[in-house]
Ligand binder design. Structure first.
Ligand code: ZN
Length: 156
């Protein structure tokens, strides 16, 4: 069994700021996907982008209930007119107290996604999952939640 021995990249690591190039779907094997699952399990994250753990691969994974979903070369092809604002944190943006900084981030209420695995299939995500998918795809484009500029200052 493959175990994650690397590190979660944290800001201001330059790899978090690069747009990740597309990958050939056959380059993303079950071993790699298993690795991403393990990192999600170990960290309790809602989702993960491959570049957060140092891999230059355009892959995201997230939990949908007990299920893991992933997209290789995900592309948002349709979005809602409505926006929703909600709080998000990110494994790549820890604070000094061993927790994570929280930002209020605008997201589309729903998105439709295609990928390189099942070409022609439209995956519809709404609510929380839509938020997670947008967060992870942002990572692949070098965008972080801190870019939205609405940090919530914790009450001490
Ligand atoms: Zn993140």
């Amino acid at each position: 069994m493959l175990t994650f021995k690397g590190e979660m990249l944290i800001v201001p690591h330059e790899k978090l700021r690069k747009r990740v190039a597309e990958v050939l779907p056959d380059k993303v094997d079950s071993t790699f996907l298993q690795l991403m699952k393990e990192v999600i399990d170990e960290t309790g994250a809602a989702g993960l982008a491959a570049n957060q753990i140092g891999f230059n691969r355009r892959v995201i994974m997230f939990k949908d209930g007990e299920m893991y979903r992933w997209h290789i070369n995900p592309k948002i092809i349709s979005v809602s007119i409505e926006w929703e604002y909600d709080f998000e944190s990110c494994l790549s943006i820890p604070d000094e107290r061993g927790s994570y900084r929280v930002f209020r981030v605008p997201r589309y209420e729903w998105v439709e996604v295609t990928d390189s695995v099942d070409v022609g299939t439209f995956h519809h995500y709404s609510g929380f999952l839509a938020r997670v998918v947008q967060h992870e795809i942002d990572h692949l484009n070098g965008i972080l939640i801190s870019d939205f500029g609405n940090e919530e200052i914790p009450v001490c």
